[in-house]
Design a protein around this ligand. Structure first.
Ligand code: NAP
Ligand code: MG
Length: 399
């Protein structure tokens, strides 16, 4: 059999621990036998980040800007304990944080649905994709305690002119907070959401609380509306999808009653809270994909979970593990499909679809990793727990 050819390399970002082990197996068992794989390899494993003073992380982001599509393995974000474990020169920043800052992106998270694993909300038949704005608001706020004092908001312009607004005149103890966002960041968030919805051909819902937060949330609403009217309205109409703005409490009620099949754009805090709610309601973090999309159309695919440290320590002791590789497989298939679309390679697009379909059928026919066995309920099928490698081989036979 001839292997499927690629034109442009994928940017491959290797990672740490159990997911690094799965990474190698996924390539060997599921991809390299079928695809003449072309990648530009960056080793973001913690040892190599230390060796390169973390320059490799920035280099991988630059390569992603150059080529347009990356696939990333989960990586350790070092804390004090990791600094000791790996004898690190420094407590490096989160690689995801570095890459996000360089690509100026929005993070989209979507559940992978399989027959046999029922969402806790039974009406949800299709994925609900959360698009989370990852800049500002309470994550970059200034707050403090205020006791018996007049709290004021002061703006000073470049000429030194001040405008002062009274927040509250405290006659007892209390708290205050000031937060911000920028038009630039909101605009790029809006564009990333519109592009992503067009890509998936799903409607986009955006929600804030602009009835209460008239200026702050009102700005988000107005910018989304302006970007939509000027740049996306025609594209949405020809794709047959809608853009809807409504209040956050209204969306919460609509989402619960919906069938899914929606991209839900959320402000930073709303996205933080709602993505955990949605992930849990669909079953498992190991069945959740994550993609970073930049406003100029650069894509970085990854799994939503971490490096699964507990399983890795078992693996190092020589024990067999049953770690779920599905989200990492879908990071690869997502990246290969996007590369195929951009380079006009229908065989590569088709392979990505077959890889996903084979993965889902393997589970639907009862062969799965340990984390899913307890969740699986399908008439006539008794779930069987496989090791990670045996699960990957079971998928390969179905491709
Ligand atoms: P984690 O790696 O996501 O694992 C937490 C627990 O969730 C695991 O112990 C396991 O539960 C379950 N789990 C997660 N993924 C699974 C999978 N694929 N298959 C089966 N079970 C799975 O989170 P963590 O232990 O908090 O973090 C470990 C390391 O990952 C940290 O160093 C952190 O910095 C890093 N991290 C990286 C990323 C990223 O690169 N995107 C994201 C988050 C965390 P059981 O042990 O009960 O089986
Ligand atoms: Mg959260």
């Amino acid at each position: 059999m001839d292997k499927i050819k690629m034109i442009t390399p994928l940017v491959e970002m290797d990672g740490d621990e159990m997911t690094r082990v799965l990474w190698k197996w996924i390539k060997e068992i599921l991809i390299e036998p079928f695809v003449d794989l072309k990648t530009e390899y960056y080793d973001l494993g913690l040892k190599n980040r230390d060796l390169t003073d973390d320059k490799v992380t920035a280099e991988s982001a630059i390569a992603t800007k150059k080529y347009g599509v990356a696939v990333k393995c989960a990586t350790i974000t070092p804390n004090a304990q990791r600094v000791e474990e790996y004898s690190l020169k420094s407590m490096y920043k989160s690689p995801n944080g570095t890459i996000r800052a360089m690509l100026d992106g929005t993070v989209f998270r979507a559940p992978i649905l399989v027959e046999g694993i029922t969402p806790y909300i039974p009406t949800w038949k299709k994925p609900i994709v959360i698009a989370r704005h990852a800049y500002g608001d309470i994550y970059k706020a200034v707050d403090g305690l205020a006791g018996k004092a007049k709290a004021e908001l002061v703006y000073t312009d470049r000429e030194g002119n001040k405008v002062t607004k009274l927040i509250h005149d405290f006659d007892g103890d209390g708290v205050v907070m000031a937060m911000h966002n920028t038009d630039k960041s909101i605009k790029s968030f809006a564009r990333a959401c519109f592009n992503y919805a067009l890509d998936l051909k799903l409607p986009l819902w955006f929600s804030t609380k602009d009835t209460i937060s008239k200026v702050y949330d009102g700005r988000f609403k107005a910018i989304f509306n302006e970007v939509y009217e000027n740049e996306y309205k025609d594209k949405f109409e020809s794709a047959g999808i809608e853009y809807m703005y409504t209040l956050i409490d209204d969306v919460v009620a609509r989402i619960v009653r919906s069938e899914g099949g929606i991209v839900w754009a959320c402000k930073n805090y709303d996205g933080d809270v709602m993505s955990d709610m949605v992930a849990t309601a669909y079953g498992s973090l190991a069945m959740m994909t994550s993609v970073l999309v930049s406003p100029d159309g650069v894509y970085e695919y990854e799994a939503a979970h971490g490096t699964v440290t507990r399983h890795y320590y078992k693996y190092v002791k020589g024990e067999e593990t049953s770690t779920n590789p599905v989200a990492t497989i879908f990071a690869w298939s997502g990246a290969l499909r996007k590369r195929g679309e951009l380079d006009n390679l229908p065989d590569l697009v088709d392979f990505a679809c077959r890889l996903e379909k084979a993965t889902l059928s393997t589970i639907e026919e009862g062969e799965m990793t340990g984390d899913l066995v307890g969740l699986f309920k399908k008439e006539g099928v008794t779930p069987k727990k496989l090791s990670s490698q045996d699960f990957l081989k079971a998928i390969a036979t179905r491709i």
